[in-house]
Design a protein around this ligand. Structure first.
Ligand SMILES: [Ca+2]
Ligand SMILES: [Ca+2]
Length: 215
């Protein structure tokens, strides 16, 4: 009799609660990312952004309660606030970014979310403000065409209840435009998973992006 009562109590206690969902994520970013689920840090790109040609895909499995708010910080490499890389060499350039991700039900393998233009991304570092900076012989951050714009990272931007409705929608970019490199080809991407960024792959260097894995 006592065992029966215990069972009844457990059933009552769990009714109506969301079951945690196990999700496998594939992510490729040019050049570096950190990913959060419902405000918790899940993974940082394992290759430091300072590694030359730090191109790689990451695959990770995590558990969270649906609906899951996914938040990415994504960084295109820049040597400093000019936004340039290879400064002072014949390869001095602005560099470009790019992000693609897909989320699979870890149990069934079904794709449950992808990066597309429903993702919202806030640009928090833009440089240079004028592309002419790329051709400066001694580019200095904040001077002339090498000005930069830094936007403060909003508080609690990774959490589910953060209001991102004023953030712009991400812009889809072609494989040709992004030129995805090492690691990208090792993932079998769902057709609906798209390469995204802001509207400017080159001058927008650091983005905060948010999306939801629905119930
Ligand atoms: Ca880059
Ligand atoms: Ca750039």
């Amino acid at each position: 009799m006592r065992a029966l009562i215990t069972t009844a109590l457990i059933v009552t206690a769990t009714a109506g609660l969301t079951e945690p969902k196990s999700i496998t994520a594939d992510i490729w970013a040019d050049n570096w990312f950190a990913m959060y689920a419902n405000g918790d840090l899940i993974i940082e790109d394992s290759i430091p952004i300072t590694t030359e040609r730090s191109f790689n895909a990451e695959t990770t499995t995590f558990t969270a309660e649906l609906p899951i708010t996914i938040a990415f910080e994504v960084r295109d490499f820049k040597a400093n606030d000019t936004g340039l890389e290879y400064i002072g060499t014949s390869r001095q350039q602005m560099g470009d970014g790019g992000l693609i991700a897909q989320f699979l039900d870890a149990t069934t393998g079904e794709t449950v979310a992808v990066t597309n233009t429903d993702v919202r991304c806030l640009v928090i570092h833009r440089a240079p403000i004028d592309r002419a900076c790329e051709n400066e012989s001694s580019p200095i951050a904040g001077v002339g065409p090498c000005g930069f714009v830094v936007t403060e990272t909003p508080t609690n931007w990774t959490t589910p209840n953060f209001d991102d409705r004023k953030w712009p929608n991400a812009v889809r970019h072609s494989e040709w435009a992004v030129g995805p490199k090492d690691g990208y080809d090792t993932i079998s991407w769902n057709w609906d998973a798209k390469l995204i960024w802001s509207d400017d792959l080159v001058q927008d260097n650091t983005l905060l992006c948010r999306m939801t894995i629905e119930d």
